[in-house]
Design a protein around this ligand. Sequence first.
Ligand SMILES: Cc1ncc(COP(=O)(O)O)c(C=O)c1O
Length: 443
Amino acid sequence: MEAVLHSELKKKYPVVDHAEGMYVYDTAGNRYLDCAAGIAVANIGHSVPEVLQAMEVQMKKTTFAYGGTFTSEARERLAQQIIAMAPKGMSRVFFCSGGSEAMESVIKIARQYQLERGCPSKYKIISRWQSYHGNTIATLAMGGRPSWREAFDACMPKACHIAPCNCYRCPFGLAYGSCGLQCAKELERTILYEGADTIAAFVLEPVIGTTAAAAIPPADYIQEVKRICEAYDILFCVDEVITGFGRTGKNFAVDHFGITPDIMGVAKGLGCGYMPMGAAIVHEKIVAAMEAGSGQGGHLFTFAANPLACAAASAAMTYLQEHHLVERCAKMGALFLEKLKTLETLPFVGQVRGIGMMYGVEFVADKETKAPLPNEVAISSRVAAYCFSHGLMVTAGVQGCADGRHGEAMQIAPPFIITEEEMDFVVSTLQEAILAVAEEVQK
Ligand SMILES: Cc1ncc(COP(=O)(O)O)c(C=O)c1O
């Protein structure tokens, strides 16, 4: 009798057995090359012995201590490691257990900061369409994926959205270089319409993840929106849940733009999948306001800063650094992108893009006009399903990357340890898959 409420009720899920390095094995004896790192999580690879050993050491001491009663050596050590990696000026870490909790915490800390400094009217968050910040009600409200939002619209807190920055599909129909950064200007217009004295923070994914599959903004866009936030006394907050801890080839995506945010939400690559883990990393100015104000550092969750989760993440971060995996991600990531770019000659492949080891393959009906395929074609799920049945895990994107409702892109986000031979297997399998699905679609 089926007892699990799966997200897809009609799907027959393979049963995972074990995972090691780049590979995941199911109980039917199938092996899959994990070119999705689960879902951009297993950045250092699966079952790294050093991490398992550190977890065993912690397990023998304690697996749980409530974070409101105790701190732990693992928690303190991990916070130091994170601050050493984070942009200069970020000074404290609030731990939680995943990306949605991290982004929910970003919202609450931003609001608390405004209260602490005597600005109670500043409560609104400005975020962007074509963004994903989590699946809780508040993070869904802030997110900009219409299909996931609409069922819950009635229960959502107020959120203001602006257009995203996506030069492949400029929402203003302009071209970078002569566009005058209209997408950044929209932030300023929205601030003026809403009233700067009502806005607590602006939140964005510096490189867009699941809703636009690795859409990378020009550096001056990020610098301009940061400047606008400063000019109007609004916190600049980033969602680095996917991009944090090396995924883009630098510790954080903001490092590509020379920017220090006020608050940063992180999760996936922090724990690397060894235990659920997330965090909000805050700038020293936020801490100063809290210290001068209520003396409270914010909220708590029962499982936040769990000692076993902190020990696992700490060992994962040590492994990441000792094996220079962020540098490897940048170097080998550029090579992988070159190989993946060859897919652009295939039917329906509009663009292959990426940075570090975060890639998107966007499908279109027409390469000239970039018109998306009808949703019923479900091209990325079909390509991903073909790959899976041939031993390769990639992620079929959610529909809507073109305009919120239509357009599909596939996400590729391998562990940073992928070899050149494995890259070649990925490219040849994807090529086979796209050609096979294209033939069916064109029939
Ligand atoms: C950019 C971004 N923010 C937040 C989240 C939510 O993270 P979680 O699924 O761990 O709650 C995700 C998850 O994919 C994400 O990609």
